[in-house]
Ligand binder design. Structure first.
Ligand code: ATP
Length: 345
């Protein structure tokens, strides 16, 4: 069931205007900062919000004129929205029952789906007797039990603690792989997106700013948000051979010449070296900088630098002590041309 959607929704002060496609079996993650329009997109697909313009088709059939219950879409909401007074089994059987599937058949089917998500022993429990991870799996079983043509997941792991999240993410990945229809999931956790999705669609301020697989997006971010997400320093400039000039006149040298003139240049914080004074036999890209902030980043320290080129650098705690890195400290920064990647803007 392939999805093709062109969605325009206007709300006070905010306009969502996105194009979205998903192939059968494909998992597409909508990723973006708070307020970007991810949930609005999902609600429009589910039929919980009317389009102001555009259309949504699933396998060539228009969905947008249909009410939610006729769209045959499975939805897992962030807080799962399980019925508190119904058992896990009856929560899962609820959808098919509403479609007039006989009670025994609906319950048998629910049992099958709860088995599949590993909850065979919990079918009689009410939602309040389930852990967060179990409730998430009941919600997933409920969405799948209606044999939907498409699956929509809104921050499916956000309510879980870190440990449960890890296990549940791995299981969810398996269930999504087995689902034959298109899946669209919303997250603002890049790890969820990278682990669960075949393709990422980045939404900022109501617009799609970049789309592609994880490898492409992490290698060639096109906005500051995406660059921060994947942990790269990103600039926009004009290339002339191996020299890229940034808008304020700062130049960066790359190892290979660019064919495009308008380019993005990117390099990881780990490629930035810091020195107490101007290094001898300097690499081509060397400039004086001021430490703005120091924070922990995994096993290393992330140093935000101000100056001619605002940049993030990752250094070891030992190097930070040796260099006396603290806000206000003046240092020299450098990055090798071979670490600077330029690509068409
Ligand atoms: N019921 C509403 N009425 C009017 N505007 C709304 C409503 N719900 C959301 N908005 C606005 O629509 C915009 C997009 O919100 P949306 O919830 O889709 O973003 P999001 O990307 O899902 O963000 P988050 O990650 O915070 O959930 C925001 O500017 C928000 O203020």
């Amino acid at each position: 069931m392939s999805l093709a959607a062109s969605i325009t929704v206007r709300r006070d002060g905010f306009t969502l205007d996105v194009e979205l496609t998903a192939e059968p079996g494909e998992v597409v993650a909508l990723l973006g900062p708070n307020g970007a329009g991810k949930t609005t997109t999902l609600r429009a697909l589910a039929g919980l919000l009317q389009l102001d313009a555009g259309e949504i088709t699933l396998d060539g059939v228009r969905l947008d004129p249909l009410p939610p219950e006729q769209r045959r879409i499975g939805v897992v909401f962030q807080d799962y929205l399980l019925f508190p007074h119904l058992s896990a089994l009856d929560n899962v059987a609820f959808g098919p029952r509403c479609r007039r599937v006989p009670r025994a058949e609906a319950r048998q089917n629910a049992q099958k789906w709860l088995d599949r998500v590993g909850l065979a022993d919990h079918v009689r429990k009410k939602p309040r007797q389930l852990s967060g991870g179990q409730a998430q799996r009941v919600a997933l079983a409920r969405a799948l039990a209606s044999e939907p043509r498409m699956l929509l997941l809104d921050e499916p792991l956000a309510a879980l603690d870190a440990r449960t999240r890890l296990d549940t993410r791995a299981q969810l990945r398996g269930h999504l792989a087995a689902f034959p229809g298109a899946t669209v999931l919303v997250t603002h956790d890049p790890l969820d997106a990278l682990m669960l999705a075949d393709r990422l669609v980045i939404i900022e301020d109501g617009r799609v700013v970049q789309t592609g697989d994880a490898a492409t997006i992490t290698a060639e971010p096109r906005t500051d948000y995406v660059a921060r997400l994947v942990g790269l320093n990103l600039y926009h400039g004009r290339a002339d051979g191996t020299t890229v000039t940034l808008p304020d006149g700062f130049t960066l040298i790359t190892a290979s010449a660019s064919s495009a003139s308008a380019v993005f240049v990117a390099f990881p914080p780990s490629a930035v070296s810091l020195y107490p004074s101007r290094p001898d036999g300097s690499p081509r890209n060397t400039w004086p900088a001021t430490v703005m902030s120091v924070s922990r980043q995994g096993g290393s320290l992330r140093i935000e630098l101000g100056g001619a080129l605002p940049v993030a650098a990752d250094v070891t705690p030992a190097a930070a002590v040796h260099l006396g890195l603290e806000p206000g400290r003046e240092v020299w920064a450098s990055v090798k041309a071979t670490e600077v990647r330029a690509y068409q803007a």
